[in-house]
Design a protein around this ligand. Structure first.
Ligand SMILES: Cc1cc2nc3c(=O)[nH]c(=O)nc-3n(C[C@H](O)[C@H](O)[C@H](O)COP(=O)(O)O)c2cc1C
Ligand SMILES: CC(C)CC(=O)C(=O)O
Length: 396
């Protein structure tokens, strides 16, 4: 956003402008941490670019005097198919005052949508739960010290979180070169106070990476979903399943609904269903883990097909416009998660900023629906978009 000296900053009108405000507001180390991706950041660019290669097939002369964006996820009614992704350490975006993830949760509540609280949050599970009536899911990393993970799951359950989102794409942290150069600090995790010290120091690079190496369990495998199910009644969402080899896992009967945040691959999608999860989130962790993973929107349909409607599929990665939300729904997602845009809102304007970002995406999505001839989310179909693959195929 270009500004002349003395000129008042105009209110941002889109998510990119919020990003610029966040860049101006944050110390470089934190801004780099939030906006960066892994290694060459190819996937980071692709997450955005792949949306631009999808075009619309809008319909006309359909009554769109009322447009209904509401939907439901795992039985929870929400005002729009846009929910808050789990992102770490909101304290870095909003250092003043005790609020942090509480501000994000309150904004989600005002927007009548779901917030997924990160395992690496600055506020505690209890603080966020007490702050508002947003429907909350709890994102989980499985630590080498299983009892710590189990304690947090129990606290989430006790405090009214409605599902566990197991992030499974992080046996080790992706190589984020800006964090290495900046010597990114390790999180101080209030949730772990009295349980475990997260104070680690790297030998000259990213403390965050050293923290992940020290804590995350790289031996995590499919059978551990059985363990997780044995310690909670909550639905479980998993993030980050990858190979056909996962087929060795035995079927675990579904005891209750389970949601899964899945990173990318269709075999993984089948596996996720096989072990009895109730939903999948297609995600490449905002391009922060394995660089040269495909853009999530480009593999969404493949995953949706593999799942064959047995569980809902959600997606995240690169959602910056209401048109992106529409494209994801047309390709089979039941809802999308937004990560960085929420942080940009928080860094720029606190709770009100997050609220504005969610509102902007909602308004843009509503307009996209109207201009495409879709009065409700159920009216959005595969035939409302053309993918690059289809365009290339039609030229043969
Ligand atoms: C700064 C940052 C921190 C994140 N922290 C977490 C986390 O703690 N747990 C997790 O499962 N995913 C985490 N993610 C990934 C997000 O949940 C989500 O997959 C991603 O941000 C979506 O892409 P987007 O940022 O383009 O919307 C993080 C992403 C960012 C950008
Ligand atoms: C502390 C990190 C493990 C949080 C995270 O998932 C991320 O930065 O992408």
């Amino acid at each position: 956003m270009l500004m002349f000296p003395g000129q008042m900053a105009a209110e941002p009108v889109n998510v990119s402008e919020f990003q610029e405000l966040a860049r101006l507001a944050l110390p470089k180390m934190y801004y780099d941490f939030y906006c960066g991706g892994a290694e060459d950041q190819h996937t980071l660019r692709e997450n955005l670019e792949a949306f631009r290669r999808i075009t619309f097939r809008p319909r006309i002369l359909i009554d769109v005097s009322r447009v209904d964006l509401s939907t439901s996820i795992l039985g929870y009614n929400i005002s729009m198919p846009i929910i808050v992704a789990p992102t770490a350490m909101h304290q870095l975006a909003l250092p003043e005052g005790p609020i942090r993830e509480v501000a994000t949760a309150r904004a989600a509540a005002t927007s009548n949508t779901i917030m997924i609280l990160s395992f690496t949050s600055s506020c505690t599970i209890e603080e966020v739960a007490a702050s508002c009536n947003a429907v909350r899911f709890y994102q989980l990393y499985i630590y080498k010290k299983r009892d710590i993970t189990a304690t947090l799951v129990q606290r989430a359950e006790k405090n009214g979180y409605k599902a566990i989102v197991l992030t499974a794409d992080t046996p080790r942290l992706g190589r984020r070169e800006a964090d290495i150069k900046n010597k990114m600090i390790a999180p101080r995790l209030k949730n772990l106070e009295g349980l475990f010290s997260t104070k680690v120091t790297s030998d000259g690079g990213s403390d965050l990476e050293a923290y992940a190496k020290e804590t995350m369990d790289p031996s995590l495998c499919w059978k551990d979903i059985g363990w997780l199910r044995s310690i909670t009644k909550l639905p479980i969402l998993i993030k980050g399943v990858l190979t056909r080899e996962d087929g060795k896992i035995k079927f675990i009967p579904r005891l209750n609904s389970v949601v899964l945040t899945l990173d990318i691959l269709p075999f993984a999608a089948r596996k996720a269903v096989q072990v009895g999860v109730d939903g999948i989130i297609v995600s490449n962790h905002g391009a922060r883990q394995l660089d040269y993973s495909p853009a999530t929107i480009s593999v969404l349909e493949e995953v949706v097909r593999a799942v064959e409607g047995r569980v809902p599929v959600l997606m995240d990665g690169g959602i910056r416009r209401g048109t992106d939300v529409f494209k994801a729904l047309a390709l089979g997602a039941q809802a999308v998660l937004v990560g960085r845009p929420v942080i940009y809102g928080l860094a720029a304007k606190g709770e009100r900023g997050v609220q504005r970002v969610l509102e902007m995406l909602k308004d843009e999505f509503e307009l996209t629906m109207a201009l495409s001839g879709c009065p409700s989310v159920k009216d959005i179909t595969r035939r409302h978009v053309t993918t690059e693959h289809e365009r290339l195929h039609s030229m043969l």
